[in-house]
Design a protein around this ligand. Sequence first.
Ligand code: AMP
Ligand code: FES
Ligand code: ZN
Length: 296
Amino acid sequence: MRRHRAAYCAPHFLEFFEAQVHRAITTQRMFRPGERILVAVSGGKDSLALWEILLRRGDDATGLHVDLGIDDYSQESRERTEEFARARGARLIVVELRAEYGMDIGTLAEGSGRAPCSACGLSKRYLFNKLARDGDFTAVATGHNLDDEAAVLLGNLLHWNMDQLARQAPVLEQTHPHLVRRVKPLYRTSERESAAYALLRGIDYVIEECPHSRGARSLLHKDVLNRLEAASAGTKQAFYWGFLDRLAPVLRAGGPPPVLRPCGQCDQPTTEEVCAFCRMTARAAARQSARASSLP
Ligand code: AMP
Ligand code: FES
Ligand code: ZN
């Protein structure tokens, strides 16, 4: 691990990785022992590694998997997640987009005019909060790692997305009674370290990437950062942690978070009268029924 000028044997690497996650949770005050945590689990290395660590720490951690209906990719992701839960006797909630809303990511994206990754991101954020509220969880934990966060930061800076920059943090506090706190306990560790951890713990995860991610901007940003990291170890960490230390507090001091109110249709928090998820599903449903009625 060049950025730490360290090389570990397997048992010490496991100890190192778990200590990093523990440190993230305690120093950022993500949650306290005994809180009910909902872990969003995709079936990939990061979220399964995170769930494993929370269970080992003795946290009250229930998994939530969203079946997005993206062909073989979703089927395999769901299977890996269910196998993991079964083997550990862990509680898992599975939400199937098609069964709940009559549409999968493909039809939602097409019907609403959004790109699949945008429809998917919106659906996941919405469902994480909804399921957390329905189940009385106090925090939602996701497997976003250092590489993910650094790439998002680069994208936000390149486009000067000031609102998103002000909200980019390892902990998003509850700013409305209907909004559940969101935490990212893997923000200190890299993608490669999650993969090593999963491998050493014998976790069977989905290796294949989502077919919609091909050519995605986020992958380009990750690639650029990896090249910088290869030339100078520690760049990625200095970039993201430096942002958290120096710029994030300035941006947060710049103004209060946006005012939220309950969506007129589903009661989830939103800045508009009707939330973006309800608008997207309504548009896609209207398109679907218009199509059905135009059939001979
Ligand atoms: P991604 O946006 O695919 O990089 O995923 C980031 C994080 O979101 C993962 O580490 C998971 O915690 C969560 N996540 C992604 N996809 C799903 C899914 N289908 N079901 C539940 N959680 C997910
Ligand atoms: Fe959501 Fe690929 S995982 S579009
Ligand atoms: Zn709504």
